[in-house]
Design a protein around this ligand. Sequence first.
Ligand SMILES: *Cc1c(COP(=O)(O)O)cnc(C)c1O
Length: 391
Amino acid sequence: MDDWKTATKLVHTGARRSQYGEMSEAIFLTQGFVYESAEQAEARFIEAGADEFIYARYGNPTVRMFEERIAAIEGTEDAFATASGMAAVNGALTALLKAGDHVVAARALFGSCLYVLEILGRFGVEVTLVDGTDLGQWRAAVRAGTRAVFLESVSNPTLEVIDLKGVAEIAHAVGATVIVDNVFATPTFSKAVALGADVVVYSATKHIDGSGRCLGGVVCGTKQYIRKVLEPYLKHTGAALSPFNAWVLLKGMETLNLRVNQQAANALALAEALQGHGKLAQVIYPGLADHPQHALAMAQMGAGGTVVTLELKGGQAAAFRFLNALGIVKISNNLGDAKSIITHPATTTHQRLPAEQKAALGITPGLVRLSLGIEDAGDLISDVRTALAEA
Ligand SMILES: *Cc1c(COP(=O)(O)O)cnc(C)c1O
């Protein structure tokens, strides 16, 4: 099984067939488990075996299938699933850190990730934010007490690509754990562990579900980190993934590669078609040769990803006219969906940020983030071109 390619693992790993030999993964919609004897219950509370469960807040067979499948894809020893991506980010950081610890994080983070870092600050964890693309800033920020570094491998929404290998070398030199929020890279393109990440976090709500049905999250890492550091925190604080949602995510994983490859092909086709368009100040896509970290993106992911960010010349008014004129592409704030989705970050996902911070992150009034779906590329390009004409 270890030498299977990702496409095979996505369909067949993490299978735990019951005595009925069902083809499709079973939904074990149960929060508890019956013991054959008091002695068996006692033994399981001392140490549960691989096929033994106690309570769904600690683990559940369907959830376990999802954890085993994602760990197999990511190339980590183990994984722990959570109710949402944010529960995974919060768990990955909070389980590891204590008052007095220092964290270095890239400043271009998802708004809720920044909020988690603020909460950690209240409990005595010191956080330093750096420009993630500048290895010099990482080098200057880490020190002996740096316990973790945290970053999004491709930033939202401006698609800066962070040099994972470079950051990991700097972090490991001071003994810090490298925690990567890898949503934009997707499990399909991720080489995060090979490049030095110790812990990889996904919002499964995005590409893993891929059909906009449920929230979910997962933390991938070594057996030691997942079972000895993370699990005690998560199982007692209650961010457990519902077995039903785990089943939805397992089904999502079966088609993950097909969808993500199609989405990335659509993203490249759209980005190429829009280069030099008169209404656009910028077409940002790591798969384009003119992207500042194009070579790094290709080495790190082998593709440009599934999101294209555009900057309209006419500011917010032009951006709003463009969004409102789209037909196929839907206005929403999710990403990674089979349906193409467009977001105006300055007024929605990043609205909370002060104006200076938005400017520093490149989140201008004319900026829009387009998450490509699996529709026909020609239809999408024509929808975007028609709407741009009206912007
Ligand atoms: C969506 C997202 C999250 C949060 O995931 P939820 O499932 O919405 O909780 C965290 N990080 C990144 C980069 C995301 O895109």
